[in-house]
Design a protein around this ligand. Sequence first.
Ligand code: SF4
Ligand code: SF4
Length: 215
Amino acid sequence: MIISKQKDPKEILQYLEGHNKIFIIGCGECSTTCKSGGEEEVKKMKELLEKEGKTVTGYCVPKAPCIAAQVKLELAKNRKAIEASESVLVLACGLGIQSVKENMRVERPVHVGCDTLFMGEVDGQGAFLERCSACGECVLELTGMICPITRCPKSLLNGPCGGQDKGKCEVDKDRDCAWVLIYNELKKQNRLDLLKKIKPPKDHTKSTKPRQLTL
Ligand code: SF4
Ligand code: SF4
């Protein structure tokens, strides 16, 4: 899922300066899980804007605003409230925000309510963990399912740098060195032979942006 964090209210209020009638759009998927733009956060934002003297003409929380069909449906259902607004505030990741902008049929300025952080796993404790950087050329098969591109701050492909100390990463002493984790995992699987397979330099054309996949 896409991990996002709501922006500081002061920053949001600056974006909305000069606009008094606002329509709010949240996200029923990732931003609900991250508590950056679910129904609860949208209602809190409505209260905050009203306290600041603004009128909230309405709000909606599409299941996934990053999916054109879903956002179009919600925008159509809320057309009158959007027409009554001067601008639209989106509490979702960068994909959701841009999808709203691209699918709006009513010309209104769109404002950003969240910062998008990373693609993350949700662990058992409810923490969000960055585990994949969408490099376009997955090497997990050779690394015991531990991603060196994402979990090593230097994205090293063929073993650790000289800085690891007692299994910890030199960039952040509180974290395990990704390559020590990979070694331990491959040892457990009796697959240390995989460490001898030299991985060629990354083909960065596979992650040149913007990427598109059409089915
Ligand atoms: S190697 Fe890492 S960054 Fe690349 S696709 Fe696999 S998990 Fe994602
Ligand atoms: S100590 Fe390990 S995880 Fe940290 S930068 Fe070096 S190789 Fe990467």
